[in-house]
Design a protein around this ligand. Structure first.
Ligand SMILES: Cc1ncc(COP(=O)(O)O)c(C=O)c1O
Length: 387
């Protein structure tokens, strides 16, 4: 009895990135030199003025509970900034702040899904989508995500059913870096309206786009009332450890999600919220500089990977990931990722960690110093040559 747990948690597994990082750290503890290309967080510090605001907030007594959905001034600042970015207008009552973007995904799903409901998830896609849907008792329905584009629209059409309650979108995508075009969003919106489904649009990488911008589905006709936008501070402001994210959703749903926050996390750290206001109101130069740096690295890493025999790498438009096709080696992506860690000391993720659709690919994060990337790709070249 003491070692059996609720069925909603027995299937849960760690995220690939955490599992590989733990293995890489264990190898480092044995004295091995490891190149880290697995970690999905910016290699920049939190901007100095934001860190200062957070530190001043702690000393100034911002160390207490706040309203569960976030301090009203932060909700208003998010409504204004997120609206400006998307040419939309939001009110603070539509914004729910949480400790990261993950709680916005998790609690929106819990607030919407009944056991047996079906949820369309991108495949390959962020592993927490499947986990969240299953914890809610609902059924994940994977739909193929093409390397650099959006969901396969024919497959999406075929997979929609009267039980479809929610469609999960993520652009720019983790793991591919691909951006969904306006034309694709229009077709997805049309299908969502016809299926009377909700859409959760995870836009956490929306400010890390290199060629143009990533449009949102939320501002298409008839979509606002059925869309939850998820975004946050982790990637845009290099604040992964501050735990700050939000959802923007219709007010009635926001009230339900706020209740889930009330009875689970309580609220988001007060001083983190003060720092978030400083991030939104302050100079955005650091965001642009970070994006420019990822852009430059993308332009350099893609040709480098394409110069490896048997590797084909498409050009992603955003985030800080590349997703090379390594299927020509005839190994599973997990076998290849394990081989590269063990034999070459390069930590990266198997595409299959992101779903069956990722089989045959590797996910490489280039959010690390350029010298490390060059050394990592060189080690991969030599290791592949030995296969
Ligand atoms: C697609 C996607 N959504 C959400 C998150 C989680 O963001 P946060 O750290 O703000 O919870 C991540 C982090 O890796 C992500 O890649």
């Amino acid at each position: 009895m003491l070692d059996t747990f609720a069925s909603r948690v027995t299937f849960l597994e760690s995220e690939g990135a955490y599992a590989v990082l733990a293995r890489a750290k264990a190898l480092e503890a044995q004295g091995r030199n490891i190149i880290h290309l697995e970690i999905g967080q910016p290699d920049f510090p939190t901007p100095a003025h934001v860190a200062q605001a957070g530190s001043d907030a702690i000393l100034g007594g911002h160390t207490r509970y706040t309203p569960p959905a976030g301090a009203l001034d932060l909700r208003a600042a998010i409504a204004e900034a997120a609206g400006r970015q998307r040419s939309m207008q939001f009110g603070p009552e539509e914004v729910v702040v949480g400790p990261g973007a993950k709680p916005a995904i998790f609690f929106s799903a819990l607030a919407l899904l009944e056991p047996g409901d079906e949820v369309i998830i991108p495949d390959p896609g962020f592993p927490s989508y499947t986990a969240t849907v299953k914890v809610a008792g609902a059924v994940p329905v994977p739909v193929r995500l093409h390397e650099m584009r959006s969901l396969d629209l024919d497959e999406l059409r075929a997979r929609l059913s009267p039980r479809t309650r929610l469609i999960l979108l993520n652009s720019p995508s983790n793991p591919t870096g691909g951006v969904t075009t306006q034309a694709e969003l229009e077709q997805i919106a049309d299908l969502a309206r016809r299926a009377n489904a909700w859409v959760l649009s995870d836009e956490i990488y929306s400010q890390l786009v290199f060629d143009g911008s990533a449009p949102t589905i939320a501002n298409l006709p008839g979509m606002r009332e059925r869309t939850i936008i998820v975004d946050g501070f982790s990637k845009t402001y290099a604040m992964t450890g501050w735990r700050l994210g939000y959802g923007i959703m219709p007010k009635k749903l926001a009230e339900r999600v706020e209740l889930l926050l009330t009875h689970s996390v309580g609220c988001t750290a007060d001083f983190s919220q003060v720092a978030a206001i400083a991030a939104l109101h302050g100079d955005q130069d650091t965001v642009r500089a970070m994006c420019d740096s990822f852009h430059e690295r993308r332009d350099r890493i893609v040709p480098l990977l394409n110069s490896l025999p048997g590797v084909r790498c498409a050009l992603p438009q955003g985030a800080f990931y590349v997703f090379p096709d390594v299927s020509s080696y005839g190994l599973s992506s997990k076998q290849l990722a394990d081989y590269l860690l063990d034999q070459a000391g390069v930590a990266l993720l198997a595409g299959s960690d992101f779903g069956r659709g990722g089989e045959g690919y590797l996910r490489i994060s280039y959010a690390t110093a350029w010298e490390q990337i060059v050394e990592g790709v060189e080690r991969i070249r030599q290791a592949l040559a030995r296969l």
